[in-house]
Design a protein around this ligand. Sequence first.
Ligand SMILES: *[C@@H]1O[C@H](CO)[C@@H](O)[C@H](O)[C@H]1NC(C)=O
Ligand SMILES: *[C@@H]1O[C@H](CO)[C@@H](O)[C@H](O)[C@H]1NC(C)=O
Length: 313
Amino acid sequence: MKTTNHCKIIALICLLKSVNVVEAAKCQFSSPRTIKCADTQISDAIPEINQIASDYSLSELGQLTLQRTQFDNDQIQRGWLSNVAVPVEQLNIENSTLSTIQPRSFSGSPFGPLLVLILTDTKIDTITSGTFQDSKLTNIGISFNTFHPISVEENAFGSLQTLRSLGLQKCVTHDAVLNMTGPNAEIPSLISLTLSSNDISELSGSSFAGVKNLKVLYISGSKIETIEQGAFDPPMLERLDISSNELTTLPKNLFRYVRGGITIVNNKWHCDCDLVWLKDMFHYYPYYFSHRSFFCSTPEGDLPYQDVDFCPN
Ligand SMILES: *[C@@H]1O[C@H](CO)[C@@H](O)[C@H](O)[C@H]1NC(C)=O
Ligand SMILES: *[C@@H]1O[C@H](CO)[C@@H](O)[C@H](O)[C@H]1NC(C)=O
């Protein structure tokens, strides 16, 4: 009897061990040149990444995705991935308790060719001017599942002379926007900025003074109530989306430099004398807008602007 139990226990241990071995594969290769790791510690993922790179003879990783990955003390610092033997072009960190990014975390090996960085649903709370120092990123996307305000130091992205596209969703307030793209910032390479689903409330005349070459600006669904004259004066702007905010009016000439692609729908437009200019612009220059009409919020409900007398007498 005793021996049988003993055997059973040994068999059980072996069974558990083999299950363990199967579960240990936390990283997987997918074509083309992508490795995805999930539910693991970063220290356990690194040898697996190297193993996969060697099994598939990869000389460069197009994309590395770290999902629900644990980082020591929830932070990364310069060199945190330096034991990965293949250079990485795009890094995605998703659904992670990562909270602190030390300066220069995205420079040095293996980030020589790193162009794209996507942080989705992490716990990061601050971006400083050191965060992206020495990197050559062209695209950065940071978003959360629920609004989680992060602080952005003044001109935090200014060290990136290569940055073309930046998206921050569900994470910034107006003060963070001012720090990032306002009068004390300078990101001359930035072409496209997406600030949707944030809690911005207002845009000042100088909110985008630091991004003079901006062509595309999306700020829909960001609870904006007021926009000051001059906010959209970056002279190259050719697409602008301020839909689904809480706007009731806009200063005259707000769109004076915008070259088209304007989306204003889904706000609470209060169509009175102050907005006659917008009505006229819609009427005479419909090709500046991406919709054919917009609705005015009136006591009788929402009405197409053509049906509203903006300025009786
Ligand atoms: C993130 O992880 C938590 C728990 O690990 C899970 O409940 C949630 O659905 C995940 N979110 C996403 C976007 O995967
Ligand atoms: C704006 O920048 C200043 C100085 O860098 C900083 O103290 C402040 O916390 C930042 N504000 C936000 C909302 O990020």
